[in-house]
Design a protein around this ligand. Structure first.
Ligand SMILES: [Mn+2]
Length: 331
């Protein structure tokens, strides 16, 4: 923990009035919970805070402060002094629509828990708080709020717990340590309701998500003697549902299958653009595989995107590459 960075971030926050808060494209509960927790803390301090996402996923509406969320079409005249980026540290992972509206001369505070691979910068003036040892970005947001003596209301605590639950799969993944439970303890102590949060995340499946699951199971294939599970969703599948993100992490479901060591879910989210999610069971790691394609993430949970005009041959190609990768590295 580089205290100098933390203290600098806190003094920037204390001195500024207007904040823009963003997270990665296809935002997940951890990213959204992070920016909404900060938004509420900043508003509490009488500052202006605007959390912007490319679209507002239905599954995140339970988060406190979700009514503050705006889409990029909606923040014309807002000139932030500071942009806070949560749950990614790569400009490539920011939605193009949001990116176009940001003044790159602004100060940036970047808070993330993905494995650091810094090739591009957001701005000349940026503070990087990245710790890949912690289970969620909300874990770092909590530390920031605590260190800066910022308010942590019940609503903020509940959002932070949601990020922690989501990114640990309900305290099941390899990223869970005793610190995870200590933070959960602190948050529950502040009033967060664990079963309510768990229910919002894990027992709230929509029929749309079930339709996606049906397709994922129909397309499911096992490679490498059943140790690699591979499936995909086409652009037409998303079009049919009228939903262009998969807020439910079905790739984790594929990983949970018996004998599976690597799970792969390919999503054609836009025509010509394919996003690939990778999950593995320890000790098999997938972050190197993601990096081969310019992606990244965590040791056992990572991803990348590829541009392609031919979805079918991309699927064939990916199956071959991933199968070979597992053959070489998996055992
Ligand atoms: Mn995260």
């Amino acid at each position: 923990m580089n205290l100098e960075h933390w203290n600098k971030a806190i003094s920037w926050i204390k001195d500024a009035e207007n904040f823009l808060l963003i997270t990665h494209s296809q935002p997940d509960i951890d990213g959204l919970a992070s920016i909404l927790s900060l938004t509420q803390a900043l508003i509490f301090l009488n500052k202006k805070a605007l959390p912007v996402v490319e679209e507002i996923p239905e599954e995140a509406l339970f988060l406190h402060g979700s009514s503050f969320l705006r889409v990029p079409e909606n923040f014309k005249n807002f000139k932030p002094e500071i942009v806070i980026v949560a749950d990614t540290h790569s400009p490539k992972r920011i939605s193009q629509k949001i990116w176009e509206k940001i003044n790159l001369k602004t100060k940036f505070i970047i808070i993330d828990h993905h494995v650091l691979s810094k090739e591009e910068f957001f701005s000349e003036e940026e503070i990087l708080i990245v710790d890949s040892q912690v289970p969620s970005t909300t874990f770092l947001i909590y530390q920031l709020l605590k260190l800066g003596n910022f308010p942590i209301t019940l609503e903020i605590a509940e959002n932070l717990l949601a990020g922690l639950y989501f990114d640990t799969g309900g305290f099941r993944y390899d990223n869970v340590t005793k610190e995870t439970f200590l933070l959960a303890y602190e948050l529950v102590n502040l009033g967060a309701r664990p079963s309510w949060v768990a229910c919002q995340i894990f027992e709230n499946l929509s029929l749309t998500q079930i339709e996606f699951l049906k397709k994922i199971l129909k397309n499911l294939e096992f490679l490498n003697n059943g140790e690699v599970a591979f499936s995909y969703l086409t652009f037409e599948d998303f079009q049919k549902e009228g939903v262009f993100n998969l807020s439910k992490d079905w790739v984790n479901f594929l990983r949970s299958l018996k004998n599976v060591k690597i799970a792969v879910l390919v999503k054609e989210i836009e025509k010509g653009k394919v996003s690939v999610s990778l999950r593995s069971k320890a000790p098999v790691e997938v972050v190197e595989l993601a990096k081969m394609f310019g992606g990244g993430g965590h040791k056992y949970a990572s991803g990348f995107t590829v541009e392609t005009q031919d979805f079918v041959s991309t699927i064939t190609y990916l199956k071959k590459i991933i199968s070979k990768f597992y053959e070489r590295k998996g055992k």
